[in-house]
Design a protein around this ligand. Sequence first.
Ligand code: PLP
Length: 413
Amino acid sequence: MSNEQSTEVKTPVYLDYQATTPMDPRVLEEMLPYFTEKFGNAASRNHQYGWVAEQAVETARERVAKAIGASPKEIVFTSGATESDNIALKGAVEMYRSRGKHLITVETEHKAVLDVCKYLERSGQAEVTYLKPHRNGLVDLEQLEAAIREDTIMVAIMAANNEIGVVQPLAEIGKLCHSKGVLFFTDAAQAVGKIPLDVEAMQIDVMAISGHKMYGPKGIGALYVRRRKPRVRLAPVLHGGGHERGMRSGTLPVPMIVGLGKAAELGVQEMEQEAKRLTEIRERFWKGLNEKLDHIQLNGHPTQRLPGNLNVSFEYVEGEGLMMAMKDLAVSSGSACTSASLEPSYVLKSLGLGDDLAHTSIRFGFGRFTTDAEVDYALAKVIEAVSKLRDMSPLYEMVKEGIDLSTIEWTVH
Ligand SMILES: *Cc1c(COP(=O)(O)O)cnc(C)c1O
């Protein structure tokens, strides 16, 4: 299935697996009956239709729980990681008000965490410390420890970054948080089914999960909420009906939940093999680029990163021109990451990259259905595009002639 060799490559080649993933056909197959013949409301206690739906939901809950080493009762279904992030942060701030209102997070978190933090600050509900990561994207544990205060209630640090793929030292963070009596929340949208996760070994208290980043459907996700040592309590964001132990009201979208469960199960079953294959692809791609191009930079830690993520800055090319020249590749650029704005990526800027390097960065996301032929095609395209743009670049010409650009006095005539 995934290793299929073909010389025919369908364009644009999809290399944006951190933005979303195609659904695995096995997930779709499992979901389909729950749209039609098994359409019951999982909350209907009085008849067969309801019981069938409820059973499917509980099977999915077990599968999601198993994927992260949790127990099924600790899984709450939501509409996605954005909602889970909202419940985690707003729910904790409301519930633990008497303990304090300090949160700690990192500048490179997803907007679904940062924007909630901003909102909580603006409305006076929380005080937030934003940690600056190392140049390689990793959190500084000493800096984290120093930031923890008497009134700190929660630390929010993502498992794997959606732009640069960096995987944080979760077990160390969890250990530190628990030694200080602070809750550890991790947004694991990019990590579930991709890298091993264990909420016990890593001492994670709350976790956000998304379906469509792991070959499941869009519009479904989950929140893991620890039940013991410590028992975490989160105030709900949505009220009405008391579904999901009161933490998330609303009729359960049974087909989507079934899909999330299947996606989680497949992710765990195929993780080892898939991680190995994607790591090989990533390394082959990086090596291929380096064989033909100089002055390129890898963004994020070289090995502590998602198997299928490569984020590269190409010096001495113009960012927009680069994207234009790569129309046959569906990739994400460091200048387009923040919605439609041309602002360079805040993640890359936080690592200390200048605007120029951030603007010429490209995120290559490989995944389950990426073929070797697609990788070869993409590699050739990138090399061709960058070489062509550099042939037109006076700056690159000077660099090749050995001129140190920092010594030049630029004058405007
Ligand atoms: C995609 C993503 C989200 C948002 O998830 P949705 O399910 O689309 O709401 C949050 N955090 C990270 C790290 C993501 O990659």
